[in-house]
Design a protein around this ligand. Structure first.
Ligand code: ARG
Length: 453
């Protein structure tokens, strides 16, 4: 039985029925749907639409339905078009015709938007704790890294030496922003649509502010037309999740590179690597490749929803039924990725010697220029002088540290014997001591700040 058969003489074509049905997707909001109905029944009772005994019967019936969902006992009927129909059908089986009073003044339009928002309010903290676990893994690695130095890159070309700890933390902060974004989104999710009716508002004199409070929403939506069709929260949520996907893909890309024999900066634990069915020697970073790949899928989900929303006439349009699948799938994707990446990071081994060997004296060319700045020569000039030293060393096929003092002094009389100290990469690191720099002290401060010490 559908919730809308009255005006029809024919039943819906079976293929059209299958297309129309949203149960496979929205049954995931079963608990939220029942909670919304319990609160709505309370509101109808307060508004004198339900008598005491009707309210008691509906509430008891809904409690049973909820229990059936929670314990996995609920069985769906072939006629259940969506989760709302399923709940009402079961309630009718349990308490009889009184169940038919529950939908007074309510539409599936305000109902589904309410369910979806309730679902998201509970998904956000779940995501947050998965984020935090990965952040802890990154922080732990940063602390473990001690004084290990590695090459820092721009354009994927060797640039300047950095601390490994600094690099680990550079992947911590984006996740912090992701968490902030999701936390900030809560205030835009926490707006109650229920009581907006199909589009124009409900004729039932419900206290929507009290209804909002009873369901844990911050406020009731101020405009019924907007409220039944507002899916900004879903698009924003997908953006947040996708942005995390992109952050994780950046981390993944580097782990893939850095675990290659060419770099050899890290080794993955066996528990988070996979082999090849053909090449016995292979140890592949599949989990990071999958993470990198899934970021693409997440972008597709966000883009898909935005395209669905584009140009929709107000208010509710059935196109909106497309909103939940990508949100659920994106959440599942992230919840699948985050703990695996955390596990892989927890168990990864750094190879400090390989990192150190990848630092050559050319990475201190900036320090060479800075040395002359210390002699009061303008940076523009010192940059050119250091550039000439790089060219000369390149031509002679030697490192910068192998050029003679005479050669340096020919480039600038300001060079003295202590110039060779600039080629110590740790000295280069230590000079970068301002807030946010890669020096030991600066990174220590970063860790302290993160830990709130
Ligand atoms: N399954 C629908 C959705 O997800 C519920 C709302 C149905 N509303 C309607 N007017 N048919 O959007």
């Amino acid at each position: 039985m559908t919730l809308w058969g009255g005006r029809f003489t024919q039943s819906l074509d079976s293929l059209a029925w299958a297309l129309n049905s949203s149960l496979p997707v929205d049954q995931r909001m079963a608990i939220q749907d029942v909670d919304g109905s319990i609160a709505w029944a309370d509101a109808l009772h307060k508004a004198n639409i339900l008598l005491d005994e009707e309210h008691a019967s509906i509430s008891l019936g809904l409690a049973t339905v909820k229990e059936e969902f929670a314990s996995g006992q609920f069985s769906f009927a072939p006629s259940d078009e969506d989760i709302h129909t399923a709940v009402e059908r079961r309630l009718t089986e349990l308490i009889g015709v009184t169940a038919g009073k529950l939908h007074t003044g309510r539409s599936r339009n305000d109902q589904v938007a309410t369910d979806f928002r309730l679902w998201m309010l509970q998904a956000i903290p779940e995501l947050d704790s998965a984020f935090k676990n990965l952040q802890s893994a990154l922080l732990e690695q940063a602390e473990l890294a001690g004084e290990t130095i590695m090459p820092g890159y721009t354009h994927l070309q060797r640039a300047q030496p950095i601390l490994l700890s600094h690099w680990w933390l550079s992947h911590y902060h984006p996740l912090e922003r992701d968490r902030e974004r999701l936390a900030d989104l809560v205030k835009r999710v926490s707006i109650l649509p229920l009581g907006s009716g199909a589009l124009a508002g409900t004729p039932v004199p419900v206290d929507r502010a009290a209804l909002a409070e009873s369901l844990g929403f911050a406020v009731a939506s101020p405009n019924s037309l907007d409220s039944v069709s507002d899916r900004d929260f879903a698009a924003e949520f997908l953006f947040c999740v996708t942005m995390t996907g992109i952050h994780l893909s950046k981390l993944s890309e580097q782990i893939v590179l850095y675990t290659s024999a060419e770099f050899g900066f890290f080794e993955l634990s066996d528990a988070f690597s996979t082999g090849s069915s053909l090449m016995p020697q292979k140890k592949n970073p599949d989990v990071f490749e999958l993470t990198r790949g899934k970021a693409g899928t997440l972008i597709g989900m966000l883009t898909g929803l935005l395209a669905t929303l584009k140009g929709l006439p107000s208010t509710y349009d059935k196109d909106l039924q497309e909103d939940k699948a990508p949100v659920f799938a994106a959440t599942d994707t992230l919840l699948a990725i985050l703990p695996v990446i955390a596990g892989a990071i927890n168990t990864i081994t750094a190879k400090p010697q390989r990192m150190r060997n990848a630092i050559d004296s050319f990475m201190m060319a900036t320090d060479l220029a800075d040395y002359l700045v210390g002699k009061r020569i303008p940076f523009r000039e010192t940059h050119a002088i250091a550039g000439k030293a790089v060219r000369e060393a390149g031509e002679k096929k030697v490192g910068l540290e192998e050029l003679s003092l005479e050669a340096y002094q020919a480039l600038s009389p300001a060079f003295e014997a202590d110039v060779y100290q600039v080629f110590d990469p740790m000295k280069s690191v230590e000079k970068r001591n301002a807030i946010g720099g890669t020096s030991l002290q600066s990174v220590k401060n970063q860790i302290k700040q993160i830990k709130g010490e």
